[in-house]
Design a protein around this ligand. Structure first.
Ligand SMILES: Nc1ncnc2c1ncn2[C@@H]1O[C@H](COP(=O)(O)OP(=O)(O)OP(=O)(O)O)[C@@H](O)[C@H]1O
Ligand SMILES: [Mg+2]
Length: 322
């Protein structure tokens, strides 16, 4: 597997487990081009940080980086906030105003939580993406704006497309380079490095000594399933630094609800089927690819990670043409 090309790029994103190496490699390639990017990932997985790093290593690094949280835009103002307006376009619109789109001209527009955009605005955004054409509210004039879009979502956009809540054509327009940030529970080998970093950062902020994790506390961090992902880990580290500066952290000091982790008796693996269901076929392909990445391509080792015999593993590789 090729190593990440530029060691200095993306360095604020800590953790180089195989899944993260793969993410960073894709992000580096995407940053070097000018295509739109869609970042998918659960809450707290680092979508905004990754978007910032992509922008910082793109040709647009010295131009605007405008962050828009689509979930926070009031429905009645979303169009004028994004595309601007003319005076008199609506009550209270006294002067001509730029929208986020114009402010991002020649730079990058980060559309966070894009799944929350109303369908009518999705149509306008699609037109903008396809032709670079933008129209202020209340104006017949078309402006041409040069913007790269990085969109992010913690929802499953494809299932929103299926249920009619997200435009299929917009999804495919954004999904040219999809990047999936894995949840922290799928990159547990990064936990020690991340925890160390957050403990030091919290101690520096409060001008105290960072606490030290005992091996059993670190073990517990690795057992936990982190529903709030990296943000939750950062909060836990800030908590113990505030409570026990410079001290040795044992597992009982960690404010973790371990009951959420332990498999319920009789439930087998503890894996819970999400309400919206899963795609078994793609899950299997995904797991096989992750196992191969963890095992650096060693098939016997990958088979062991999946609890399969080598033959059963080879059979599945063939079945999926991998
Ligand atoms: N790989 C990483 N290395 C270091 N810090 C990280 C990493 N990933 C995320 N963080 C930190 O974790 C916190 C959450 O990250 P971020 O805000 O980018 O997540 P997000 O996916 O945008 O979350 P949300 O979906 O809730 O908006 C931030 O403080 C960020 O700096
Ligand atoms: Mg975010």
């Amino acid at each position: 597997m090729l190593p990440v090309q530029d060691k200095k790029a993306f360095k604020s994103l800590l953790g180089r487990s195989p899944v993260m190496e793969a993410v960073i490699r894709t992000a580096q390639i995407a940053a070097a081009t000018d295509v739109h990017i869609l970042i998918e990932g659960e809450t707290g997985t680092g979508k905004e940080l990754l978007a910032q790093e992509i922008q910082a290593s793109s040709a647009r690094a010295n131009d605007a980086f405008i962050i828009v949280n689509c979930a926070a835009l009031p429905v009645e103002l979303v169009e004028s906030l994004l595309f601007g307006h003319e005076p008199g376009a609506f009550t209270g619109a006294h002067e001509r105003k730029e929208g986020y789109v114009q402010r991002a001209h020649q730079g990058t527009l980060f559309l966070d939580e894009i799944g929350e955009l109303p369908l009518s605005i999705q149509a306008k955004l699609l037109r903008f993406i396809e032709h670079g054409e933008s129209q202020r509210l209340g104006s017949a004039e078309v402006e041409y704006v040069d913007v790269r879009i990085i969109a992010a979502t913690n929802r499953n956009l494809m299932s929103m497309v299926d249920s009619g809540h997200f435009r299929k054509d917009l999804f495919y327009r954004l999904n040219i380079v999809p990047i999936q940030l894995p949840p922290l529970r799928q990159r547990k080998r990064d936990i020690a490095e991340l925890a160390e970093h957050f403990l030091q950062q919290a101690a520096a902020r409060t001008q105290s000594k960072p606490p030290e994790l005992t091996p059993e506390a670190l073990e517990m961090l690795k057992k936990y399933n982190w529903p709030g992902n990296i943000r939750e880990l950062r909060n836990v580290c800030e908590h113990v630094t505030a409570m026990l500066p410079g001290q040795s952290i044992k597992s009982e000091h960690l404010p973790l609800d371990m009951t959420a982790v332990t498999a319920k008796p009789g439930s087998g693996t503890g894996f819970e089927l999400p309400q919206e269901g899963i795609n078994m076929e793609s899950l299997e392909i995904d797991l096989i690819q992750q196992a191969l990445a963890y095992a650096n391509g060693n098939k016997s080792e990958a088979a062991r990670l999946l609890g399969l015999s080598r033959d059963a593993f080879l059979y599945r590789l063939k079945k999926h043409n991998l």
